[in-house]
Design a binder for this molecule. Structure first.
Ligand code: SF4
Ligand code: SF4
Length: 203
């Protein structure tokens, strides 16, 4: 699979076309495997789609006691296999991106598998075909670079742990990895400053 999957949160307009398209996919029984998240709900209406990031070394598969989550040779982490999944939800807790969801009705974990039935034969995932703003891009990296600014990044830091993902997120040119904990700390700092400011106004 030569194409890359790139998520650009700044282009997301929150229309949920991706969510609808994913739910209508024949293999999902009406359940969407893509989630629409608010980036910073307290301060912004900015949304971003969340797909499985298809980690190089998927934690979800590593913690599965039933070996129900397989990774394809081209690096796509599959949804759980029904005869194997025992519904323990270890994968739900282990995924750093909050992707796998336990489906109570079928006692099984389900998650985005990058529409492997489509992408393995050169088609785009359903979500990327309907996104009107191309917040979800699937195609050649050179084509993306030819008409977009920013840098697709697939390296994430969670404290001392580094996670590399097949799906990439668009960041400014100066950023070559996404430091999740540092961003959280900066967010906390802003909350502290806001609290200080509120206290000043109240005085
Ligand atoms: S993003 Fe989560 S569900 Fe997807 S491969 Fe990584 S650990 Fe597994
Ligand atoms: S819920 Fe299923 S796929 Fe997830 S860890 Fe448990 S057995 Fe494995």
């Amino acid at each position: 699979m030569d194409s890359v999957f790139i998520v650009d949160p700044a282009r997301c307009i929150g229309c949920e076309a991706c969510v609808q398209a994913c739910a209508e996919c024949g293999t999902h029984r009406g359940v969407s495997m893509i989630h629409l998240e608010f980036v910073d709900r307290a301060h912004s209406v900015q949304t971003t789609p969340q797909v499985c990031m298809h980690c190089e070394e998927p934690t979800c598969a590593q913690v599965c006691p039933a070996d129900a989550i397989k990774q394809t040779p081209d690096g796509v982490t599959q949804s759980s296999l029904k005869p194997r999944c025992i519904g323990c939800q270890n994968c739900v807790l282990a995924c750093p991106y909050g992707v796998p969801k336990y489906q109570v009705e079928i006692d099984q974990m389900m998650k985005c598998d990058m529409c492997y039935d489509r992408t393995s034969v050169g088609k785009r995932p359903m979500c990327a075909t309907v996104c009107p703003s191309e917040a979800l891009y699937f195609g050649p990296l050179e084509e993306w670079r030819g008409r977009r600014r920013g840098r697709p990044v697939g390296t994430w830091r969670f404290g001392r742990q580094v996670v590399r993902t097949r799906v990439m997120m668009v960041m400014p040119e100066s950023v070559d990895r996404i430091d999740v904990w540092a961003d959280k700390r900066q967010g906390a700092g802003r909350e502290d400053r806001l609290d200080e400011r509120r206290a000043e106004v109240a005085d």
